[in-house]
Design a binder for this molecule. Structure first.
Ligand code: AHR
Length: 668
């Protein structure tokens, strides 16, 4: 039976079919959910409701999703990457993660140089002077991001830019070294250019090691300049060049996100004007990209740049949602959240036209034909077809000041005028209420910004008691993007509070256009922020209970919401949430039942209006103790379990305490 509302109710036909299907199907004929015109009352749900938020925070990109194994590959780290108060500032410089090596009684020295770099964007490199090569050579060792994890028989692609100084030929070895310094992978090559030239080799790992290091040594006397030392596993996500860690990327695929926001977060508007994220600095050959301080107190290579972000969106089937700064820097610039002062600065007005052009160029780069200036650059990078950009965000939870408003309007007006097909997402401050929220909404309303980005990091109790938040939003006005939210923890209880809330996002899927939990990734030993959706180290991944909640909602999305299908016997409003959606494409009816309380709750489910459905439905259950959380020692403490359940046209379902249940009914 076609899943259209109009076709759902046809009582006379249905009654005749019932006996035939009695054993197999649930026949549902009740008129309870009918709207006045005889069809089942439903509300549309945004097709882009549940997505993901990616920011390079907590080493999510470098040392995380981005599969580069060498840390500080181009010697661009510098003390300015860290705020003055950062405790680990000491020793953070061009040699971070590197050591000089002359094991085997070699003799030489190294220096950091800037004269005649490989290009003006990549100014630092190292000169190694080898006076005596000894038995093991002289050069550098890199320790990766807390060590380099390799797999037995894995192939690793090495490349580096090298220039000979004061000699015409030198022989080199590259090695994977275990903790004792024993070689577990080796390759060699010869250098004979006195100009910068890229050299490449493949190195095979003789065995698995969780924490090895990488050495590049000269095995003959001479002097050479070295830059952009890179080592990638050949096994990247989809085997892509300059690619991603497959295990982490697969977690994103499994989330079935409808969109992906990038590159942040605060990273977008940056720590002061000079630190704003400029997308043009992040495309093209990696050695030509402009690296910079990461607002989260480390360094960003932008090896994972705009091309890679868009490619990832395409790979995971998510619409790209790039966010650009609104021409102002983060109000917390200079670590001012500690001092409480306002660090927001606006770009000088005489720079705004240039800035606006960059935003327009981004749209052309993503969508323009290969014959356009920026479309041609996308094609050059290997993607002649457009990326189908539909959304662009302007600003990230900016303080609502005149400086912000003036610049936002300039960018917004220019995008609207040149690209009316693009939906602009505005911003309404960092909190679910308060001055920036109020002023932000007022301004967005006045400017008729189609969608605004709300953020909230609140306690689970807040989520439980605010699930009617959007019920009263004025549908005739702007739509909402809940761009960042999390309930301040990774326990099952946190995840269930979010689940209850997410049933309300589905209920309000006509008003809430998009929603993304934040942040997405964190390296467990370098967390700039907690909680996160996924924790990882070099060898392990820990999807949290919150991850599974996101996954269950996103992979069971619908495009129509039906109220009154589910009712709860005892009213425990704030701890319980339920939603019933229809996925028109498959015809599946999907029930989500969330119970964040310690008592069972009976839901009465009346499917009478849906026509013929299979009596056996797929059931997914996420449950446990409220304090349970996944960890590196017990990564599977909270995971969904899958089974089937028998349903009837009208039935009571007991939702066990502390659980999220998804019941998926298919058409018979
Ligand atoms: O998600 C972490 C941070 O929280 C984001 O960078 C910022 O937008 C918000 O304050």
């Amino acid at each position: 039976m076609a899943p259209d509302d109009a076709q759902i109710i046809n009582m006379s036909k249905i009654k005749r079919i019932v006996p035939l299907f009695l054993c197999l199907s649930v026949w549902l004929a009740g008129p309870a959910q009918k709207a006045k015109n005889g069809t089942l009352a439903s509300k549309p749900i945004s097709q882009d409701l549940f997505g993901i938020f990616f920011e390079d925070i907590s080493y999510a990109a470098d040392g995380g999703l981005y599969a580069e194994l060498i840390q500080n590959r181009s010697f661009e780290y510098n003390p300015g990457d860290k705020d003055a108060w950062a405790e680990d500032r000491h020793g953070w410089d061009a040699f971070t993660a590197w050591d000089y090596t002359n094991n085997g009684y070699g003799y030489g020295n190294i220096s950091l140089e800037t004269k005649e770099p490989i290009n003006p964007n990549n100014t630092h490199y190292v000169v190694v002077n080898v006076e005596e090569e000894g038995s093991e050579g002289v050069g550098l060792i890199n320790h990766g991001f807390d060590g380099i994890a390799i797999k037995e028989n894995g192939q690793y692609n090495f490349s580096a830019f090298i220039r000979l100084l004061k000699c015409s030929s030198m022989s080199f070895e590259i090695k994977l070294l275990d903790k004792k310094g024993d070689t577990i992978g080796l390759a060699n090559f010869t250098v004979n250019s006195t100009n910068w030239k890229k050299y490449a080799a493949t190195i095979r790992a003789g065995r698995t090691d969780d924490s090895c290091s990488f050495a590049i040594v000269a095995k003959s006397k001479g002097q050479f300049a070295l830059d952009m030392v890179s080592l990638f596993p050949q096994n990247t996500f989809k085997n892509e060049v300059n690619g991603l860690r497959p295990d982490l990327a697969q977690l994103l695929v499994d989330l079935h996100p409808k969109f992906m926001r990038f590159p942040g977060g605060c990273l977008v508007h940056g720590d002061g004007l000079g630190n704003m994220y400029c997308w043009k600095n992040t495309i093209g050959p990696i050695e030509q990209r402009i690296e910079q301080k990461n607002i989260w107190n480390y360094h960003q290579t932008v090896g994972l740049g705009y091309f890679e972000y868009f490619r990832l969106c395409e790979d995971v089937g998510a619409k790209p949602l790039p966010i650009v700064a609104a021409g102002v820097s983060c109000q917390n610039s200079g670590g001012t959240w500690r001092s409480g002062s306002n660090g927001q600065r606006g770009l000088p007005m005489d720079e705004m036209q240039h800035y606006i052009q960059d935003v327009l160029d981004l749209i052309e780069w993503a969508n323009g034909p290969v014959t356009s200036t920026w479309g041609a650059k996308r094609a050059e990078a290997g993607h002649p077809s457009p990326f189908h950009l539909e959304y662009i965000g302007i600003g990230n939870e900016d303080k609502q000041t005149d400086a912000f408003r003036e610049r936002f309007k300039m960018i917004y007006d220019a995008v609207k005028a040149k690209h009316p097909e693009i939906t602009v997402v505005g911003t309404v401050g960092p909190s679910p209420s308060g001055e920036d929220y109020d002023l932000g909404w007022k301004f967005a309303d006045q400017e008729k910004v189609p969608v605004v980005d709300e953020h909230y990091y609140e306690k689970p109790e807040w989520f439980l008691s605010n699930s009617s938040r959007y019920d009263s939003y004025d549908r005739s006005k702007l739509k909402v993007y809940v761009g960042e939210y999390a309930s301040q923890g990774n326990t099952l209880f946190n995840a269930l509070a979010e689940a209850v809330y997410m049933t309300s996002l589905e209920r309000n899927g006509d008003e809430v256009r998009m929603a993304s939990y934040a942040p997405l990734f964190a390296n467990k030993d370098h967390t700039s922020w907690n909680p996160n959706l996924i924790y990882f180290n070099n060898t392990a991944i820990v999807p949290t209970a919150n991850y599974y909640v996101q996954q269950l909602f996103s992979s069971n999305a619908g495009d129509k919401y039906f109220s009154n299908i589910i009712s709860f016997e005892k009213t425990r409003d704030s701890l319980v949430g339920g939603s019933c959606v229809l996925d028109t494409k498959t015809g599946d009816v999907i029930l989500k039942l969330a119970n964040a309380g310690n008592l069972p709750v009976t839901a009465v489910i009346d499917l009478s209006s849906f026509g013929l459905l299979n009596a056996t439905a797929d059931q997914t259950v996420l449950t446990g103790h409220p304090d349970d959380q996944n960890s590196f020692t017990n990564p599977r403490t909270v995971t969904p379990s899958y089974s089937s359940v028998t349903v009837r046209r009208k039935f009571g379902y007991t939702i066990i305490p502390y659980s999220l249940i998804v019941i998926r009914l298919s058409r018979s």
